[in-house]
Ligand binder design. Structure first.
Ligand code: MEZ
Length: 560
């Protein structure tokens, strides 16, 4: 395997013993900043201001996001939101944040609907591998967690949000454990804690390398036992408001019937996640299919300011080979337990646990300066020396601690215990988003937000393990705030959208695109409205799920 890289791989093997115990090359702060300025995608000027909405003319956005923020709604111009469904709380998003909100509201007596554009739990949460942070180690403290995260975020973190995150972390771990989450433990029963990039002490709890999947498993199981009404295949396509800036519901698109569903709600919680599927600057992504930034677009149209949305996280270890795994995550935990990053000559060029943005910049530099490895399909990358882990920690370590990784690569004939993996930065996380206060309230009455769709908490570079923590801490917090301050029901109109549409007319040249995207551009799934049926009596036997007009994925058994 990987014969095309034989010369380089031989150098990696030949240098392994010698490198194993040598300390990593260190960078000064100035050198790290220079790497960012010259090579990190956020710093290359591929951004612009927009001409409409609350950030107009001020903040810069990546070009791909700017275009969506200046796009028209998918709703037909003549659409009138006649209310189809009435609830107290409408949660938009079925990942970890949305489900944490729903679980916390379960005993509130409020009617709760959760709308998710795919199935419950189909979200970035399940893609999170390496873990969740909480200051539970002997030499650790919430202050230390705060300090590490703040330095990692370039000091741009909202200190109030970050303090809450760090202080609530141990309690979140208790909550998840009580729900049945099986975090890895040491033989004495204490949690096994790993280091991550930027953590000054071991602080990352994990469930092997499928931590997000395990967390989502327990959240999903628990929410299905509550009275929350789950609306699967329901994408949020617009927010409704009362004409005076209060959010009072949403318009959903039911993918199975291809019809619009207007929902009146006293509170709406935006938990729609990130936007890695925008594949900024052509980067591959580690993100779930649904991560198309829908919540940013909807909230922005209504007048919510977005912060730090020019800051994205490119995870340094995205897979670059084989082609079928391009962009998929190779967890940072592999580097945390000692896998080294090497160029085509088998040389170690950086400390693998520097902040993610700096490491990503360093890898991009190696490739740009011809010290990377080219794949037969035209991708580039550097080596992640995974066999070194087996050498240092014993045979079978990777299979025991990273079964997901082994499973993924073995399918393509690559055994990471024997062969180094080729990696290149992959678009991983949206550092910024909707501005919230410490109760998760947005600037608009009636609208709360939690999780990756929000900005401020992580500054301009999130630390590993702080996002699974974010969704549980702030998902629960949003729900508590809603319980205390839920507004009375008000009329649900498209006044906010109409105002935005009027603003769009002033933009030159005008965009012909519509947003939210809902699905990645290359996906076969597209927003489409069913033709109005001719006037005939509705069938009494056919249910909406039987009327599925979307195409099912191919049958993996080939019709056997
Ligand atoms: O928080 C993350 O982004 C994370 C844990 C990623 C990983 O490398 O596993």
């Amino acid at each position: 395997m990987m014969d095309w890289a034989r010369d380089s791989l031989e150098k990696v093997t030949a240098t392994r013993e010698g490198r194993a115990k040598r300390p990593p090359p260190k960078l000064t702060d100035e050198q790290a900043q220079a790497l960012l300025n010259e090579f990190h995608p956020d710093y290359l000027g591929r951004e612009r201001t927009v001409g409409v909405g609350p950030n107009a003319g001020k903040q810069k956005f990546p070009l791909e996001l700017a275009e969506l923020l200046e796009s028209d709604s998918v709703l037909p111009q003549n659409f009138e939101p006649a209310i189809d469904l009435t609830t107290d709380v409408l949660i938009l998003g079925g990942g970890g944040a949305g489900v944490s909100v729903a679980l916390t509201l379960a005993e509130s007596g409020l009617a709760v609907h959760l709308a998710t554009k795919l199935r419950l739990g189909d979200a970035n949460t399940v893609m999170a591998e390496g873990g969740i942070q909480a200051a539970l180690g002997e030499n650790d403290s919430t202050r230390r967690h705060f300090a590490d995260s703040c330095v990692g975020g370039h000091g741009n973190n909202d200190p109030q949000l970050l303090r809450i995150l760090c202080e609530q972390a141990p309690e979140s771990i208790r909550w998840l454990s009580n729900l049945g989450c099986l975090f890895d433990q040491n033989e004495d029963g204490t949690f096994r804690l790993r280091k991550g990039g930027g953590t000054s002490v071991p602080r990352v709890l994990a469930c092997r390398d499928y931590t997000g999947l395990e967390i989502m498993r327990v959240l999903k199981d628990a929410v299905l036992l509550t009275s929350t009404k789950i609306l699967e295949n329901h994408s949020a396509v617009e927010l409704l408001d009362n004409g005076e800036g209060q959010i009072t519901g949403a318009v959903l698109w039911d993918r199975s019937t291809e019809k619009l569903v207007s929902v009146s709600a006293r509170a709406v919680i935006m938990a729609t996640g990130g936007s890695g599927q925008l594949r900024l600057q052509g980067f591959p992504t580690s993100n779930h299919l649904g991560a198309t930034g829908d919540g940013l677009i909807l909230a922005y149209r209504q007048g919510c300011c977005l912060i730090h949305t020019d800051s994205y996280q490119y995870h340094p270890s995205g897979s670059s080979y084989p082609e079928a795994l391009a962009g998929q995550l190779v967890t940072e935990s592999i580097r945390a337990i000692g896998a080294q990053v090497l160029n085509v000559h088998g040389e170690r060029f950086i400390d693998e646990l520097v902040y993610r943005d700096v490491l990503a910049g360093a890898i991009i530099r190696e490739v740009a300066q011809n010290r990377g490895v080219q794949t037969p399909t035209g991708r580039s990358g550097v080596w992640l020396d995974t066999p070194l882990i087996e050498m240092n920690h014993g045979k079978g370590t990777l299979r025991r601690q990273f079964p997901g990784l082994i499973h993924r690569f073995e399918r393509y004939g690559i055994d990471p215990a024997i062969q180094p993996l080729l990696i290149y930065p992959t678009l991983h996380y949206q550092n910024g988003g909707i501005r919230i206060d410490p109760s998760c309230k947005t600037e608009l009455r009636g609208l709360w937000a939690a999780g990756e769709v929000t900005g401020g908490l992580h500054g301009t570079n999130r630390l590993m393990g702080n996002s699974l923590l974010d969704i549980t801490v702030f998902g629960r917090r949003a729900a508590q705030s809603v319980m205390q301050e839920i507004p009375e029901r008000r009329s649900a109109t498209l006044a906010g959208l109409n105002k935005f549409r009027a603003g769009l007319k002033n933009i030159q040249p005008s965009s012909t695109r519509t947003a939210p995207l809902l699905f990645p551009i290359a996906s076969k799934m597209k927003f489409h409205l069913a033709e109005e049926p001719p006037d005939e009596p509705a069938s009494t036997t056919e249910t909406s799920s039987e009327k599925k007009s979307f195409r099912e994925p191919p049958d993996p058994f080939g019709g056997m």
